[in-house]
Write a protein that binds this ligand. Structure first.
Ligand code: KG4
Ligand code: ZN
Length: 337
């Protein structure tokens, strides 16, 4: 089954063709980063206008690269939640028009489930596994029991981890998006130069939740207060210490979850999964099976949408032509230990 995937939830306009949930025939991604950069962040209105301009050429390119005609598409899958509502609507409207005109089934796909599915496009993967989704918009730690059964154990109560990287980078003039720049500078910095606060939500009813706004404020407004005796105040040291604090919080929860559940398979997705410090910590664990997708599949793409949809389409799931877009994460089971 050849599924066409469409992704327009944020600032990437992407279309892909994937066969039987695993073979990527084409994956075209048009990034809007250069258009949003002057504003140091994604401007929602600009994002939706750019999606309108690029979705047709991106679709044509995806067909061309796959060597497939529109008639050979078996089904159309589109991200319909969560994301920027105006941007989502562009992809959803385009998908509906294609579905109607080609007479092919339509399926709305949850962006979060699709991110957690991405490693399946690069190899075999067993369930259950711990799923970490860390991006500019999301910070989730989950137990993934099947492609559509994901238990959200914890999420951020304020900023997403990637957002914290971006805001720190913006404040110190490192450009947008800033995660990669912070990661790069950290390589020549001392992670112990500053002792930034770790959020402590590990007590009470929500032990797996995250909070990043306190750390962000400390790094932006009060960094001198956390400089350790005998250490030098430098941007490299600041980045390395911030990165350590931000990633150690994620890492401590992953480690605790592995110990408390005995599940040693860990999957990560989202732009922050590209972080070199996070990767080095997780990869250094003997006896763990770690699946971090390649960088192109970590960040937003449509191959993960088409890939995820295959399982649901195969068992007969369909969306009606009045499918709507939803800005928020909607329908996960959320249970605390
Ligand atoms: O998944 P993604 O491409 O887009 C969404 O947010 O949906 O993730 C982008 C985020 C940005 O916040 C960016 O700063 C962060 O991922 N990022 C990183 C790294 N590369 C990208 N954060 C930390 N270290 C990196 N190497
Ligand atoms: Zn994403």
């Amino acid at each position: 089954m050849k599924v066409l995937g469409i992704e327009s939830s944020c600032d990437e306009c992407a279309v892909a063709l994937v066969e039987n949930g695993s073979k990527i025939l084409s994956s075209v991604i048009h990034s809007q980063i250069s258009a949003h950069r002057p504003f140091d962040g994604v401007v929602p209105e600009l994002a939706s206008r750019l999606h309108v301009e690029t979705i047709v050429p991106v679709y044509r390119q995806a067909l061309k690269e796959a060597g497939v005609t529109s008639r050979e598409i078996d089904a159309i899958a589109v991200t319909n939640r969560p994301g920027l509502i105006g941007s989502l609507l562009v992809g959803v409207s385009f998908a509906k028009a294609l579905s109607f005109s080609l007479g092919k089934p339509l399926l709305g796909v949850d962006h979060i489930l699709a991110h957690l599915y991405a490693p399946h496009l690069e190899g075999k993967l067993e369930y259950p596994h711990i799923g970490l989704l860390v991006s500019g918009g999301h910070t989730l730690i989950t137990m993934v029991r099947s492609f559509d059964e994901v238990e959200v154990l914890g999420t951020t109560i304020d900023d997403a981890v990637g957002e914290a990287f971006d805001k720190v980078a913006k404040h110190y003039g490192l450009g947008y998006p800033g995660g990669e720049a912070v990661d790069d500078l950290s390589r020549s910095g001392d992670p112990l130069a500053y002792k930034f606060p770790h959020s402590r939500l590990d007590k009470g009813n929500h032990p797996w939740d995250f909070s990043y706004s306190g750390l962000k404020t400390a790094v932006i407004n009060q960094s001198e207060k956390f400089l350790q005796p005998g250490k030098v105040a430098s941007l490299e040291n600041l980045c390395a210490s911030f990165q350590k604090a931000a990633i150690d919080v994620l890492w401590n929860k992953i480690r605790l979850l592995v110990v408390s559940t005995g599940v040693r398979r860990v999957v990560a997705g989202g732009g922050v999964a590209a972080n070199s410090y996070l990767r080095s910590l997780v990869n250094a664990q003997p006896g763990w099976n770690v699946y971090f997708p390649s960088l192109a599949l970590c960040s937003d793409n449509a191959a993960m949408i088409a890939g995820w949809a295959w399982g649901a389409l195969s068992r007969g799931d369909r969306s009606p032509l009045d499918l709507n877009a939803e800005s928020r994460v909607a329908r996960f089971k959320r249970k605390y230990p």
